[in-house]
Ligand binder design. Structure first.
Ligand code: NAD
Ligand code: UD1
Length: 345
């Protein structure tokens, strides 16, 4: 039983590779390495002592994508591949729409042709835009506020439309909240290019001394301490959510959407405090203006994933901070710092 992971060399993809391999699945990874390194897949192989079949292929390259389906018997696809930087999506919207949406269309057409109709798709809490109330339920209003978010929203709609005349498709749409953390081995983690946009990698880079201080984007939100509140989820819990979603699409047809979050929000200052506690590092910060487009509070109601997938996030905020720090500390320059071993084929 082979599972194809598009974008499987990325942050969430590699953590999911580990859990799938440990659970006994055979996996095939497709990635164009535009935002990842083959070294991450080498680490996955080393940690699991299993081989990964890897194709350096772009989703937009229909010929080579089709070859993967010709050469392998694929039971299901987990579709991570996509560009994810909100700011860049505003600067280069066509690039984002083309990569994320056209890539998904090509993938679905080829899946249909090869009768592979089980799909788990990486969506995002960003599709909720500015929530009217929290916690956010799967049927809360949708309203993405930037091109990246709109690619996710449009793909969700495309998948729901795809199902209408093709009721033999089994599709799970997973809306991730804020993934942080890293593999407990310290060998795998998030490796952003340049200065990080997201909170946790920024904090860990301050911790390691690569950045001077954290800039906190506003302390006048209507939250516990004025700073933004988010539902941070450990990337290993998120990876395990994919196994549960996979079991679901293997067993029953339909298209359904699930929030993957913890159901609890933490403010920026609470994250800084938790990080300082576990790392014993002081994180200097200054309060600056709000970041345009940011919202005050966002956290999930994750009851549906619990009831329908049998999944729940188990790792707490201290474990998230400890694993993020362990990864950063052991790999100050991300995968640049890791050994170049060759275990994939
Ligand atoms: P990532 O950038 O680490 O992984 C995405 C992978 O897709 C990368 O390895 C990249 O090289 C690959 N890729 C991009 N376009 C491709 C293409 N055309 N062909 C082949 N490969 C391509 O990101 P991630 O954090 O692992 O996110 C995985 C998915 O989850 C993305 O779709 C992202 O939008 C979504 N998501 C991420 C977050 C987050 O905070 N990390 C939150 C919500 C949703
Ligand atoms: C960001 C993305 C969103 C994506 C989500 C999940 C933006 C505008 N949104 O959301 O599309 O789905 O990540 O990864 O990029 N913060 C600081 N200083 C920093 C960085 C962040 O104070 O240097 C604050 C933010 O204001 C926010 C919180 O930390 O309150 C979390 O920020 P971030 O990690 O960027 O995630 P989101 O803004 O939730």
């Amino acid at each position: 039983m082979a599972i194809l992971l598009t974008g499987g060399a990325g942050y969430i993809g590699t953590h999911t590779c580990i859990e799938l391999l440990n659970a006994g699945y055979e996996i095939i990874v497709l990635d164009n390495l535009s935002n990842s390194s083959v070294k991450a897949l080498n680490c996955v192989s080393e940690l699991t002592q299993k081989n990964i079949k890897f194709y350096e292929v772009d989703l937009l390259d229909a010929t080579n994508l089709e070859n993967i389906f010709k050469e392998n018997t694929i039971d299901a696809v987990i579709h991570f591949a996509g560009l994810k930087a909100v700011g860049k999506s505003v600067e280069t919207p066509l690039h984002y729409y083309h990569n994320n949406i056209t890539g998904t269309l090509i993938l679905c057409e080829i899946m249909q042709r090869y009768n592979v109709k089980r799909l788990v798709f990486s969506s995002s809490a960003t599709v909720y835009g500015v929530p009217k109330s929290v916690p956010i339920f799967e049927d809360s209003p949708l309203n993405a506020t930037n091109p990246y978010g709109r690619t996710k929203l449009m793909i969700e709609e495309i998948l729901r439309d795809l199902y209408i005349p093709n009721e033999d498709w089994n599709i799970a749409i997973l809306r991730y909240f804020n993934p942080i953390g890293a593999h407990p081995s310290g060998r795998l983690g998030e490796d952003p290019q340049g200065i990080p946009n997201n909170l946790m990698p920024y904090i860990t880079q301050v911790g390691i001394g690569k950045l001077d201080k954290l800039k906190i984007f506003g302390n006048n939100y209507p939250t516990i301490d004025g700073t933004g509140v988010r539902d941070y989820i450990h990337v290993v819990d998120l990876a395990l959510g994919h196994l549960k979603a996979l079991e679901k699409v293997m067993s029953s047809p339909g298209v359904d959407t699930y929030n993957l979050g913890t159901g609890r929000g933490y403010s920026v200052l609470e994250i800084v405090e938790a990080f300082e506690r576990v790392s014993k590092k002081k994180i200097p910060y200054e309060i600056v203006d709000r970041r345009p487009g940011d919202i005050a509070t966002c956290y999930a109601d994750a009851t549906k994933a619990k009831e329908k997938l049998g999944w729940i996030a188990k790792r707490d905020i201290e474990e998230m901070c400890a694993d993020s720090w362990n990864w950063q500390f052991n790999n100050p320059n991300g995968y640049e710092s890791s050994k170049n071993i060759h275990l994939i084929n």
